[in-house]
Ligand binder design. Structure first.
Ligand code: MRU
Length: 332
């Protein structure tokens, strides 16, 4: 593994291929250090996905596509490599979608680097379309709430939930973003706030438990990303999303989910069938490596929760803003 540190963000994608290696921003170090790491084998990339060097469903998908590219270049058994890469994390559907897509391309004799680069670029293009479709939902002066990080870091570039916000901001609208911190790994506070600050988009970090308080004071809409969307529109996203959706419905705040086709799993009928990752007690009981809980007390740490489709106002996709009963259109 090679490491390189620089001071400029967003000139780099979250993950890319260069000099025969897969490169990525080490997202575990942000916002304090912008460091790049690279890997020469698919098993190392799978490990980086598991350790959350790279995270966010579409970025995990792109990293997996590049892992499969390395497997092909290194003459590995493609079926075995696919199984290993898919085992890195269980919830984000993009991981499975990307690996299957690459297995198809490699099997068809395509150049592995061109195929993986094409996959990553397709994610960016889809996010740009999500921004174009979602931007008009944000009026001048709007207050938007988001959760976790569904920005450029999570999607190679641009973002899903952050794409409409970026689009509205660049169209000259005044936008304010409530960024919920996202315990236990703090992706909202550390990654989303970092991205928004760089672009001069007005925002404030709130603790996760303050969401209802601010929604009652006047949030115009909530936009979150997704890790897997089932055929009936139920979806998994970062733990804490379900609570926001219920609060939004109670308080009459529109609740949107932004995601590309690679996150829609039409083979999973409903949210109850989605596997929810458990990342272990220490993420909860330790903070920055230090214990923050009484020793020996158990902690429970589901990384995601499932929100039923009835709480979703619309899915912002590359095909437009769709009601839960219209989502099959993204697969067409
Ligand atoms: O555990 P993470 O950081 O990979 O979880 C990320 C999320 O839950 C995101 O909201 C989701 O992947 C959508 S990213 C566009």
């Amino acid at each position: 593994m090679r490491t390189e540190t620089e001071g400029v963000a967003r000139e780099r994608r979250a993950v890319w291929f260069e000099d025969g290696r897969v490169w990525m921003i080490d997202q575990r170090l942000l916002p304090f250090e912008l460091a790049f790491v690279s890997f020469g084998g698919h098993a190392e990339v799978a490990e980086a996905i598991r350790d959350m060097v790279v995270r966010g469903a579409p970025s995990i998908g792109a990293a997996a596509a590049y892992a499969m590219c390395l497997a092909a270049l290194n003459g590995e058994d493609i079926r075995k490599a696919a199984g290993l890469v898919k085992s890195a994390r269980p919830t984000a559907y993009d991981l499975f979608y990307a690996v299957d897509w690459m297995v198809g391309r490699i099997g068809a004799g395509d150049d592995p680097v061109a195929a993986a680069d094409g996959y990553a670029q397709s994610i960016i293009d889809r996010c740009l379309a999500i921004g174009r479709h979602g931007g008009p939902l944000i009026k001048d002066g709007a207050k938007v709430m988001t959760h976790c990080n569904a920005g450029a870091l999570a999607t190679v570039d641009v973002g899903t939930a952050l794409a409409p916000i970026r689009q509205a901001h660049s169209a000259g609208k005044r936008v304010f973003v409530y960024v919920s911190e996202t315990r236990p790994r703090l992706q909202g506070m550390q990654l989303t706030a970092w991205e928004l600050k760089q672009e001069g988009i007005d925002c404030a970090i709130i603790v996760d438990g303050a969401s209802g308080h601010y929604m009652r004071e006047g949030v115009d809409l909530v936009i979150v990303g997704a890790d897997r969307i089932a055929a009936n529109g139920d979806f998994a996203n970062k733990i804490g999303t379900f609570e926001k959706a219920v609060l939004a419905k109670e308080l009459g705040v529109p609740f949107y989910v932004a995601a590309p086709v690679s996150t829609f799993d039409f083979d999973t009928g409903e949210g109850g069938d989605i596997t929810i990752e458990d990342r272990g007690e220490e993420e909860v009981t330790r903070l920055g490596g230090r214990p923050v809980a009484p020793e020996g007390v158990r902690a429970l740490n589901p990384s995601f929760d499932v929100t039923p489709a009835r709480y979703v106002t619309g899915f912002i996709t590359e095909r437009g803003v769709l009601r839960p009963d219209e989502i099959r259109k993204v697969a067409e």
